[in-house]
Write a protein that binds this ligand. Sequence first.
Ligand SMILES: Nc1ncnc2c1ncn2[C@@H]1O[C@H](COP(=O)(O)OP(=O)(O)OP(=O)(O)O)[C@@H](O)[C@H]1O
Ligand SMILES: [Mg+2]
Length: 208
Amino acid sequence: MLTETRRAAVDTSAAELRRIERDLHDGAQARLVAMGMDLGTIEALIEKDPAKARELLARARKSSADALTELRDLVRGIHPPVLAERGLGDAVRALALRVPIASEVNVDFDGRRAAAPVESAAYFAVSEVLTNAVKHAGADRVWIDLRHSDGMLRIAVTDNGRGGARIGTGSGLAGIERRLGTFDGVLAVSSPAGGPTMVSLEIPCELS
Ligand SMILES: Nc1ncnc2c1ncn2[C@@H]1O[C@H](COP(=O)(O)OP(=O)(O)OP(=O)(O)O)[C@@H](O)[C@H]1O
Ligand SMILES: [Mg+2]
């Protein structure tokens, strides 16, 4: 069973690497090449034809903004190696370490694994919810609980910020709800004015 889990994790990582390589090649890399060519032309034109040079500068600036957006989206979508190798608990601990506010992570199923798509959906959900806590809540603490019992993975992320979280006013929480729906999972938000905010996720799944 463990061998199977490990092989699945390795397959996932290899497919993920190929996707990242392709996305980089077609996206940010192509933009940077175009930008380099425009900059070269600008260098040649800057005295002879300043108007044309200015036009190309605007285009180069747009290429750089597009490359940045693509890199950001790519990084957001990466199934991180720590998730494939060490599972949801450790991957969430790694996320929490990167959050610039105090965090506490509790996991009651360390050493056991959910299916890769479930781990991935849960990981990106926690990532978005933590980003929200930093961006919107004005919180200085966040608590992340991951438990599994009776065939259900339950995750709760609580912050001590100002409250007011709503599903559907942005794309983050609505996106989580949609993605969890594909596993018959649900998202619930409790966020009264003045806080605290608790975002809970439930995904039916077995652990191995
Ligand atoms: N932890 C939180 N504390 C306070 N308000 C929150 C919190 N999380 C979300 N919100 C509020 O709920 C709204 C919806 O969040 P959501 O993640 O869906 O969108 P967003 O973060 O604004 O944009 P996006 O995620 O698309 O970049 C936010 O705009 C914000 O006003
Ligand atoms: Mg958001």
